[in-house]
Structures are given as C-alpha cells and as structure tokens.
Design a protein around this ligand. Structure first.
Ligand code: GDP
Ligand code: MN
Length: 397
C-alpha cells in the first residue's frame, strides 16, 4: 500500500525520525490556517506548498512551490488543489490533486549551504537482507544518477537478525562526507530510519531528499513509503491511510470481491486460476505477438459466480478486444468452470461482444469441452496452451 508524503512523514516522525514539519489541507483556507499554525510552532516565515499525489517528480511538474507570504500560500494552494498534476511518474493526463501539504521552509540560509542526499531502505530479495541505498546526489532523479554516475550510489546491507550496527550507521555518514554535528545527526537519522522501516513493516522507504540544513540538522524533506500489505493486520491504525482515489478503480473493485487483478496496457483480457499459470499465460500471449490487458487470478474456487465476476471486471477495461480463459482443473472441476462460463455468458449476454477463447485442462476437461461445444455459444474452445494463445492472435488480426 502506497502512502502520501504527509502520511509517510507522520510514520517516520512517530519513530523519532526528524522530518520537515507540515500540515495537510484540502482547501486554500485551511492551507493558510496551517501556515499560521506552523509559523507559531516553528517560527518559519516561508513555506512550501506540496501537492499530495501518489507519484514523484512533483517538483518538476509544478506541484511543489515556495511561498514567501500568507497571500502566496493562499494563491499557490488555490492553483494546486484541484489541478491535474503531470509528472514523469503520472499517467499522461496527470493525477488530480486533492490535498496539499503546507510545510516549513527548511532551506534557509546559514553558516553552510543546505545539502541534499538520497536514501532508501528496501529488501534485497536475492540476499534475503535489508538494504540501505544512499547517495550524495540527492534531490534529483535517482535513475539518472544510477545511469550516469553509478559510483555515487552506495549500498549497505543489513542482516535483519542483528539490525543496523552502529559501525554501519557511521560508515554511511562518513561516505556522505559529513563531520562534526552533521555526522552525529546523520547517524541518529539512519538509525531511526532503519528502525522505522522494520517496525512499520514497510517494503520501501525512499527519502529524496534527506536534507542537511545550514545549521547541520538532518531531516527528511520528502517521504515515499510503501507498506507491506501482508503485514497490515499488525497495524490496524495504518488501514485508514489508504486513499482509494489514488488507485485504479477497476483494481479496487476487483480486490473488494477478492479477485487478484492488475490492470495492464494490452488488449487481451486474461482469466486464469493460480498466479503462476496467470504469469505464464501472459508470457505466452506475448510470445504469440499479443499484449495482455490484465493479470487476473480468480483463485482456487473458480466457480460460476467468480467466473461471471471475472468477466464483468475484465470487460470494464475498454481496451479489451478478446478474452483468454485458461483454467487448470485440479481441485476445481473443468465442467463446473465450463458451466460457469455458459451461465456468465447467458447472464451477461448483451455485453459480451468480443471473442472468448477457452482452454480448460485437468479434471473433467473432456466433459467441459463437450459442454462448451454443445452450448451453441460463440466461445472458441481449445485444448493446448500454445494453440489458445495463437487463436487469440488469429481472432484479433
Ligand atoms: P518530488 O519532486 O515529488 O520528489 O518532491 P520533493 O518533496 O522531493 O520536493 C521537490 C523539491 O522541492 C526538493 O528537491 C527541494 O529542492 C524543494 N523543496 C522542498 N522543500 C523545500 C523547502 O522547504 N524550501 C525550499 N526552498 N525548497 C524546498
Ligand atoms: Mn522527492
């Protein structure tokens, strides 16, 4: 589950990680009140107005702006709230901004220049360890840094059973070129950040930039936090942080009825039981020259009702031009699934006007094929996996 910047910062703060302070607002009046409150609490006279959407690159897209007066807070908030913000990470039409974060300005001048660093915490699946990635090149696109100056990205692997060792935190501060007070601040920052990552059961923290202020404080200016859905049962209070407005509406609907659905760009709808078979079905569609429109795992109980729900969900995507049903009957009997397809077809009759290719294999596959062939429906029933994928291409071309 992805979070907004302000929610991520709240979680970091709750574990003692220093963050740029801010208050979220969903209209320009509340934005001005937030700015006043921050001024009273922190003494700041300048603020940054930051669009809250689930995408990065907001600064470049005009979604992060400095305000030097309450009037500017008001006018900038007015223009950002409600806008369609386009960044390299949003869909081409952009994402609607529902809220802004009014944050204290932390780039104030002082004895030294503010410095921006990059830091993320994530899981290295191949080593089975957590990993802290960090760089002196903060504030910019980390993909660009990785491409052009890969030697400026460091990684520190952490054994989850020992946690982050003090020497590792010091090494990170050292590699970032820090000394004195800033060095100690960075050690404290990394230590708290790692603990927050583990205890919040997150799967990704990306803090870009981590800022060293002109008076040598170290704090998170941005926060991309992804929580591990499999651990949400341990954090009931985090459940409220989900913002459905940010998610694909078809996926939200499918998930609500217990279907594992991921929207993709192609035109071949897929209905499959089991995640592994769903992945290989997508591979085979591609091999035959097609593009899958979705990943859909209807699960072990591929009964008539679920098949019908699956069809309904797949057909909400206007790009779908053909549907491939690929179901292996292990526990579920193929003739039951075939009956489900027939029922679904009859129930949805008017709305199904695209070819459906069905491949059923396993228990009672022969009966299933007979049932489909005898149904008189416009369903193409095939036996072999590859044949099914080729058939899809044939009907589409
Ligand atoms: P992103 O563009 O979506 O990654 O959003 P960020 O939260 O990283 O903000 C983008 C940029 O805004 C940062 O890299 C900073 O350069 C700038 N910024 C953020 N906070 C402040 C601030 O307090 N003062 C000033 N002057 N600039 C800021
Ligand atoms: Mn950022």
């Amino acid at each position: 589950m992805n979070l907004h910047e302000y929610q991520g910062k709240d979680i970091l703060n709750s574990f003692g990680v220093k963050v740029q302070r801010g208050i979220v607002a969903d209209n320009h009046k509340k934005a001005v009140d937030a700015a006043k409150q921050l001024a009273a609490e922190t003494g700041t006279g300048w603020w940054v107005v930051k669009a809250q959407i689930h995408a990065g690159g907001r600064g470049k897209g005009g979604g992060v702006k400095l305000a030097k007066s309450l009037e500017e807070v008001e006018s900038i908030s007015k223009s950002i709230i409600g806008m369609m913000l386009k960044t390299p990470q949003t869909p081409p039409e952009g994402k609607k901004v529902n809220q802004v974060l009014i944050a204290e300005d932390v780039y104030y001048p002082g004895e030294s220049e503010p410095e921006e660093y990059y830091m993320s915490v994530l899981l290295n699946r191949s080593s089975g360890r957590n990993m802290i990635m960090y760089s002196t090149e903060g504030g910019m696109d980390i993909e660009t840094v990785a491409e052009e100056t890969p030697h400026l990205i460091f990684t520190e692997e952490v054994d989850p059973s020992t946690g982050l060792m003090p020497f590792q935190a010091r090494k990170i501060a050292f590699n970032l070129g820090l000394s004195g007070k800033a060095f100690k601040e960075m050690v404290r920052f990394v230590t708290a950040l790692y603990r927050a990552y583990v205890e919040s059961d997150s799967s990704l923290f990306e803090i870009n930039p981590v800022l060293k202020t002109s008076d040598d404080m170290v704090l998170a200016v941005d926060a991309k936090v992804t929580l591990d859905n499999n651990a949400l049962f341990r954090h009931k209070d985090y459940l409220d942080l989900r913002d459905l407005r940010e998610e694909n509406p078809i996926e939200v609907e499918a998930n609500a009825v217990g279907l594992n659905y991921v929207d993709l760009d192609g035109n071949v709808g897929c209905m499959v039981n089991g995640a592994g078979l769903a992945m290989s079905t997508m591979d085979l569609i591609k091999q035959s020259g097609g593009e899958p429109a979705n990943f859909l795992d209807v699960g072990g109980t591929a009964d008539a009702e679920r098949v019908e729900t699956g069809f309904r969900i797949i057909m909400k995507d206007p790009n779908v031009k053909a549907i491939l049903v690929n179901i292996f009957g292990g526990i579920v009997r193929c003739d039951r699934v075939a009956q489900g397809i027939v029922d679904a077809y009859n129930n949805l009759g008017d709305s199904i006007h695209i070819p459906i290719i069905v491949r059923l294999q396993g228990t009672n596959a022969v009966e299933a094929k007979e049932l489909l062939d005898a149904s008189g429906l416009d369903v193409i029933s095939v036996v072999e996996f590859k044949e099914a994928a080729d058939k899809v291409q044939e009907v589409l071309s």
